[in-house]
Design a protein around this ligand. Structure first.
Ligand code: COA
Length: 159
């Protein structure tokens, strides 16, 4: 049984994240999408809102579980019996940060490896902050996020 954790801030989840998730779900028996609660950065959406948005666009996956976590990602991975941490690599610019995090995580727990998956090239330039900025200034985000996320973003900025 191969269990993986896909951690992230998911503020909000985008089609790029979903592309990575689809690939992970086809490679592992169980994939936990783990929403980080205590992040260094401030978020547009609360943890519960981020979870709700993910729930709304991942129901088709029988082997994907949704959860949130505090503290270190390796501690969470141990808790759920995962041997693998999934991270998406969009471009070379992601590499330094991801490399450092993967090596630190391996230092913290040598039994857990990080597996990098490349999303489709259409999503190379996509990030949650780009989506947040676009929606604030009235840009079209329909190709970048699922419809339930688009609705949540529009609702949030109209408040
Ligand atoms: N498609 C679109 N965007 C993507 C993407 C993809 N496939 N992959 C990454 N991104 C973007 C995200 O949208 C996000 O964009 P933003 O900064 O504009 O919001 C950015 O890349 C990074 O996001 P994310 O993947 O969520 O990672 P993160 O840097 O927010 O880190 C954790 C979140 C949870 C992985 C990390 O902070 C963590 O592990 N925290 C726990 C503490 C810990 O264990 N640290 C490691 C050891 S010190």
């Amino acid at each position: 049984m191969k269990v993986a954790v896909y951690p992230g801030s998911f503020d909000p989840i985008t089609n790029g994240h979903l592309d990575v998730l689809k690939r992970a779900a086809s490679l592992f028996n169980i994939v936990y999408i783990a929403v980080a609660r205590n992040l260094q950065k401030s978020t547009m959406f609360t943890t519960e809102e981020r979870l709700e948005m993910i729930r709304g666009c991942t129901t088709q996956y029988e082997n994907v579980r949704l959860d949130s976590f505090d503290g270190l990602v390796v501690d969470y991975a141990r808790q759920v019996g995962a041997e693998v941490i999934i991270r998406g690599l969009r471009a070379l610019s992601d590499f330094d940060y991801e490399f450092q995090m993967a090596l630190m995580n391996r230092h913290l727990e040598k039994k857990i490896d990080t597996v990098f998956l490349m999303p489709h090239e259409d999503y190379t330039f996509l990030s949650s902050s780009v989506v947040r900025e676009l929606v604030k200034f009235g840009g079209d985000i329909s190709g970048f996020v699922p419809t339930n996320v688009e609705a949540a973003l529009l609702k949030k900025i109209r408040r």
